[in-house]
Design a protein around this ligand. Structure first.
Ligand code: G6P
Length: 372
């Protein structure tokens, strides 16, 4: 009913607008004044967490992209190697996993069979498992050794949006906690990280409030056959998610690429009029990355691409090279995915709606895939 949709015409639109709340709720009260993470169930002893020498994230679909984002943050903050593995590939490759491997299972539903099987495999090898799950009491939440619930609320639309932002938030919390626990190398940075996370929900709200230009663009693109997405560093998983949303909702062929890989193949796809979205790294990040991705914009543009850039407010350089720039508020570099993915979600939603598709129930997809 309209009431359930909070006045929006689809669940997906509502859930996109729920994102500031989903992030704020996931953060609330999670780290105590001694820097300890408040888990929602189970325990993994601090001695175990101190002895781990590797983290493996197992997940599927959008949840796996949350893991990819988290990897940049956890490796930087904690200096622990992080692998992200699609859950259905994990146990079939005979992974190196044992008592010193922390396995983090990310799942909105907690019922994805591929992820359940990966959790069981990890536990058989003696690995402690933390679940980052949205659904209370779900199978993965029950079977894991400890749970950190995302508090996104029920997600009804098949394509994941608010659960994704909540998952990224939860992975950051885990990373901040592990960094504290293991004697963090960047005390000042970590000190301010929680404060900066707290500032994210109102920034997401700003992205939502200024989304009309990307909606307008989406409505003109119903006849596109292929859309490419480029990103680098934390913008890379954002590009993957932007492409996935477009496939899922608008049934348009879309690919996300690491921008650095462009010259190694994907640039051959670019021809006159090809739309390319580029998630531009913050100019405040690793200095050279911004310039390198700007040259990627120029390279595809020189071959006739239409370039649409997601950039940080104040990045005036972007406008010199793009057909259109969509600005998001500035944030610490590692947290920018929580902002830069939002215009891409809205783009896919609006384009699918323009094509007359059911955005809540895309064809051929299930909200939760409970078979292997
Ligand atoms: C299905 C859904 C996706 C989701 C994936 C993982 O394929 O259609 O939207 O990302 O499963 O689901 P989970 O519940 O484990 O996060």
């Amino acid at each position: 009913s309209a009431a359930q949709k909070g006045g929006f015409s689809t669940f997906m639109e509502k859930e996109i607008h729920d994102q500031p709340t989903a992030v704020a709720d996931t953060l609330r009260g999670r780290i105590d004044d001694r820097g300890r993470l408040q888990l929602d169930g189970g325990i993994i002893h601090e001695t175990v967490l101190n002895s781990i020498d590797k983290i493996i994230v197992v997940a599927c679909g959008t949840a796996a992209y949350a893991g990819l984002v988290g990897r940049y943050a956890i490796e930087h903050w904690c200096r622990i190697p992080v692998e992200v593995e699609l859950a259905h590939e994990f146990r079939y490759r005979d992974p190196v996993v044992g008592v010193r491997t922390l396995v983090v299972a990310i799942s909105q539903s907690g019922e994805t069979m591929d992820t359940i099987m990966a959790v069981r495999h990890a536990q058989q090898q003696g690995a402690p498992v933390i679940a980052i799950v949205n659904t209370q009491g779900s199978t993965i939440a029950r079977e894991a050794d400890a749970v950190l619930y995302t508090r996104a609320g029920p997600e009804i639309a098949v394509a994941s949006t608010k659960a994704f932002l909540a998952q990224i938030t939860a992975v950051y919390l885990l990373g901040i906690y592990l960094a504290e626990l293991r004697g963090n190398k960047f005390p000042d940075e970590i000190e301010s990280l929680l404060e900066q996370l707290d500032a994210i929900p109102s920034k997401i709200q700003r992205v939502l409030d200024t989304s009309e230009p990307i909606r307008e663009l989406a409505r003109t693109m119903a006849n596109e056959r292929t859309v490419l997405f480029l990103g680098r560093h934390v913008g890379y998983p954002v590009a993957l998610e932007g492409a996935l949303k477009l496939k899922e909702l608008a049934y348009i062929h879309a690919e996300g690429f690491a921008a650095g890989e462009l010259k190694h193949g994907p640039i051959a796809l670019v021809e006159e009029g090809q739309p390319v979205f580029i998630v531009l790294p913050s100019p405040r990040g690793r200095e050279s990355l911004h310039a390198k991705v700007i040259s990627n914009v120029q390279e595809v543009r020189a071959r006739g691409a239409r370039t649409f850039v997601i950039a940080e407010e104040g990045d005036t350089d972007a406008a010199n090279y793009a057909e259109q720039v969509f600005y998001v508020p500035s944030a610490p570099v590692l947290m920018t995915p929580l902002l830069s993915v939002v215009p891409l979600q809205i783009f896919a939603l609006e384009l699918a709606a323009a094509k007359g598709y059911d955005v809540d129930q895309p064809r051929n997809l299930a909200k939760s895939v409970t078979v292997e």
